[in-house]
Design a protein. Structure first.
Length: 153
């Protein structure tokens, strides 16, 4: 990755009530990396004491976004970052290349594939995508969800 971090906002207001915890990892763009991404996400959220419901949702979102990055983008690795701020969690996955249209929700009538972004859209308070910050043909797809205090994972 280039200097700075394309997965996070360029400006973060620094104040005592705006504490942000961040965790990122890079994995090979191979199918077996999806399970590893789920485990890394789960372990970090458990360490942070994130409530069970939010933890399960984040693990599913990580799984979907990493799978999409591996299946639909060129490249040999994907980067995932999880940020926990006051009352919300943000998941971002960066790939190394994408098609001309970027991520799209697709309705499919055959098989299990093609529903990942519908799932994310229904579970998260928001999601979106943007190009990497001028240092390659990659794309970042992110999702955000609220979380509260509860029982840890």
């Amino acid at each position: 990755m280039a200097p700075g971090n394309a997965l996070t906002s360029k400006l973060i207001t620094l104040c005592p009530e705006n504490v942000v915890r961040r965790y990122g990892f890079e994995l090979p763009a191979r199918a077996e990396s999806v399970g590893r991404a789920r485990k890394l996400a789960y372990d970090r959220l458990a360490r942070w004491g994130i409530d069970d419901e939010a933890c399960e949702t984040v693990v599913l979102v990580v799984s979907e976004l990493v799978t999409n990055a591996i299946v639909h983008a060129a490249g040999d690795h994907v980067v995932c970052e999880i940020r926990e701020g006051k009352g919300h969690l943000r998941i971002a996955v960066e790939d190394q290349g994408y098609g001309p249209t970027g991520p799209q929700m697709r309705r499919t009538s055959e098989g299990e594939g093609g529903r990942g972004l519908f799932l994310i859209d229904s579970m998260c308070s928001g999601w979106g995508a943007h190009d990497t910050s001028g240092y390659g043909p990659g794309r970042v797809v992110w999702a955000e969800l609220p979380h509260g205090e509860g029982q840890p994972c």
